[in-house]
Design a protein around this ligand. Sequence first.
Ligand code: ZN
Length: 92
Amino acid sequence: MVTYRYRCSGCGSFDLALPMGQAAPERPCAECGGAARRVFTAPALGRAGSPLSRARAAQEASAHEPRVVTRSAEPRRPAPPSDPRHAKLPRP
Ligand SMILES: [Zn+2]
């Protein structure tokens, strides 16, 4: 079974699980019975546990569920040079 997505102009999109190759370009809408057109989406290839997909999921989630931080994200300034002669060197 493959999940196909259809979109009804009135009700929005819905998913249907159909045998592979059985997806018609149009199907009756699950809610109103009107014509719903097939929408082509990226295939779910079962790589949900891979490090890449976990990183993508975390990045996606951070867009709408940002982590609460307790300290500033600004980088710390480097410590002043401990050798007093370094203070006389020209600064960029
Ligand atoms: Zn509909």
